[in-house]
Design a protein around this ligand. Structure first.
Ligand SMILES: [Mg+2]
Length: 277
């Protein structure tokens, strides 16, 4: 049994219905406990995760869930989930800090895999919790924003390209100095705060590149955006310039680079010269 893209969208819309009205509220920001992903969970994260679990249970789905707050958990019939190799990789709220402060850039990210590795991700949905826009993709069938097919831009460095640059706070000035030859080539730099949504911005041609050098970056943040970007013609690789095929697990953290097809060789070549990590 495979999960349908409509079910993934339904889960995301259920999260939207409850989370959108409390964006920026006091209730949303109350601290709870440390989540499995390492950050302190806030009420908003736990509420969103519970909606996802409840929807899966109501739909009688048997699946291995990897989610930011709860970590790893079997939903439904464990034996069936193992036999089916059904895995759901979820960030209930990506950009929680934006969400609780009322900054309109946060999303729910849901990736469905049949198999154990990133290459086994088959379907993905990222829903913008502010606008209700749904970015989605099915492997081999392209990427969409709502009903419209999306594709990465064809801008190169001579065309005023946009970059999102996310660096760890540790050694930030040293790293900015090191990476200067790359960032100087871009027209504008942003740090928006939801990796899932930024991968979708590149997928839909609104931005050209995303350099995320945070080693603490989690698989749950990028699993869905990764497929959407790839299906939209984008590129996703490590700081060493190689493709990922990591095992799907809550423990996986990695820095990454995402971009349109034109910027791939420039970024790979220059990042290799800088020898990060
Ligand atoms: Mg989160």
């Amino acid at each position: 049994m495979e999960l349908s893209i409509d079910l993934l969208k339904k889960i995301a819309l259920n999260v939207y219905d409850v989370i959108h009205p409390i964006l920026g509220s006091k209730e949303a920001s109350q601290k709870a406990q440390k989540g499995a992903g390492g950050d302190i969970s806030m009420q908003i994260d736990l509420i969103a995760e519970n909606i996802i679990i409840n929807t899966l249970e109501n739909e009688n789905v048997s699946i291995f869930l990897i989610s930011e707050e709860i970590g790893e958990k079997y939903i439904g019939d464990k034996q069936k989930a193992i036999e089916n190799q059904n895995i759901l990789i979820v960030d209930p709220v990506d950009g929680s800090n934006n969400a609780v402060r009322g900054i309109p850039y946060c999303s729910v990210s849901i990736a469905y895999a049949k198999g154990k590795n990133m290459g086994d991700i088959k379907k993905a949905v990222v829903l913008d919790l502010v606008s209700k826009d749904i970015y989605w993709a099915i492997k081999g069938e392209g990427a969409y924003l709502n009903a419209n097919k999306i594709h990465v831009s064809d801008l190169d460095l001579s065309n005023k390209s946009f970059l999102e640059l996310n660096l760890p706070k540790k050694n930030i000035f040293k790293n900015i100095e090191r990476i200067k030859p790359i960032i100087q080539q871009f027209h504008r730099i942003r740090i928006l705060g939801s990796s899932a949504l930024t991968l979708c911005q590149i997928a839909s041609g609104n931005m050209e590149a995303f350099i995320n050098l945070r080693e603490s970056n989690r698989l749950v943040d990028v699993a869905a955006g990764y497929l959407i970007l790839k299906e939209a013609g984008g590129k996703f690789f490590s700081v060493k310039g190689v493709d990922f095929d990591l095992e799907l697990s809550i423990k996986i953290n990695f820095p990454f680079i995402a971009c349109n097809a034109h910027l791939q060789s420039f970024l790979k070549k220059n990042l290799l010269l800088l020898d990060f990590y």
